[in-house]
Design a protein. Structure first.
Length: 123
């Protein structure tokens, strides 16, 4: 059985939280498919963004770089009077291991469940 086809979908939850759900493998060959939905999610200065990696089966440095750039944009906007934030959620061990090895789990807020992440964004 092969990997789940890559899919990235953006939606808005109650309370202004922008949800970006990622399925399949996020790597060099699929990263370009994430750029549009990710741009939409972080475009507002007060963006509260949740990147849900629960269905992400694999992530490489290309995917990590996209997430870091989005986080930097949201963080910079928050520093300029925006009220946003960017958080991740994932229970996938491979994805969590990559976040750990890259040190992102110490810089970004990473939660196991979507509900925990939403609660953190809503404060």
């Amino acid at each position: 059985m092969g990997p789940t086809p890559f899919q990235a979908s953006a939606s808005e939850l109650d309370g202004g939280v922008r949800l970006l759900s990622i399925q399949g493998e996020l790597d060099l060959s699929t990263a370009s498919q994430l750029e549009g939905p990710l741009e939409q999610a972080v475009e507002a200065a007060d963006a509260a963004v949740l990147i849900d990696l629960a269905e992400c089966q694999f992530i490489d440095s290309t995917g990590i770089a996209l997430i870091v750039r989005a986080w930097q944009r949201v963080d910079a906007a928050a520093g300029n009077g925006g009220k946003g934030g960017l958080v991740l959620c994932s229970q996938n061990e491979q994805v969590r291991r990559v976040l750990e090895v890259t040190g992102l789990e110490h810089s970004l807020r990473v939660f196991e469940t979507r509900d925990e992440a939403i609660a953190a964004l809503r404060g």
